[in-house]
Design a protein around this ligand. Sequence first.
Ligand code: ATP
Length: 357
Amino acid sequence: MTDPLIALRGVHKHYGDYHALRGIDLDIRTGEFFSLLGPSGCGKTTLLRTIAGFEEVSEGTVMLGGQDMRGVPPNRRPTNMVFQSYAIFPHLTVAQNVGFGLRRRSDLNARARDTLVADALDMVGLDGFGARAATALSGGQRQRVALARALVLKPKVLLLDEPLSALDKKMREQMQVELMRLQRQVGITFILVTHDQEEALVMSDRIAVMFEGGLAQVDEAEALYRRPASRRVAEFIGTMNVLPATVAGDTVDVAGLGPVPLSEIGHAAEGGGTVAVGMRPESWTLLAPGDPAPPRATDGTVAEVVYYGDMTYYDVALPGAERPVRVSMRNLFGSDVLEIGAPARLGWSPGAMVLFR
Ligand code: ATP
């Protein structure tokens, strides 16, 4: 990567005895929508705050735009942060909230400021809301005000700490799409902290998966999903059926499915531990009676049915496998949904398998 906008090298953060960041090396480019994804407490927010300058690193360097940020306070960095809580001033109007960071800008007269505020409101879809009291807004609208307030300062990097977590599912999905559109429009780097893997997959150009203060994998969404670096990443992103397996020579014997040539397996992850094989729910085919037999098929029994309208998850028990495998099927109009206890014939292919060893 040539000249990354953000470059972290050997970043450690200690809080007393607690080692919150453990040697982070990371480059983020100009104009990227980048997400930090991981379970609660893995250090996502701490990493975001070290970029913003709210935390000093214990060890290592944070470079922004080619400059070492050691000792540079947040307001002197080319970053701006949108907090989960929105942090909106209730006694001010929407426009006053958005213009708050501009009030000390002596290079701008009142008219120039008003124009910048109006542009920012327009950008987030709050055209005409300027005179409204900031308290007379829905959660989604408050989040837009917080975004406009950050964008009006024209930062090089916008840092977003779980910005959508307070919204309901529908609103969150809508805002995800709007944030993507906004990021494309303004063209600046967005760094999003989220513990919601779906949100990260939907929105990001690249995602850093974090566990216990370290980076487990940094990749594009599809690569994380299809070619996880480890079993832990595979199980954190989406659903992954993990079947015990043994390797003998150039053959992998998979519990419930039988022997598979090692060379036919789609992707091999690193990382120690016992050998196992992973398969995503959508990589199986549920065969109807009379369907032509695929090269590889296994007979099982439906153990659980989880109906989602457009699709159904079937947990299918396979003889010789300890736990049922989860299989997803799109519900085509007019097709029957199988019931618990029904026989299920599953087609599968080694190319869709991930080997963990
Ligand atoms: P969440 O999604 O729950 O916010 P996170 O991944 O953002 O989690 P961080 O907030 O970065 O996690 O915290 C990482 C770890 O560092 C946590 O165990 C937390 O308790 C600890 N930590 C964070 N800030 C401090 C602090 N100021 N003093 C001591 N420990 C802290």
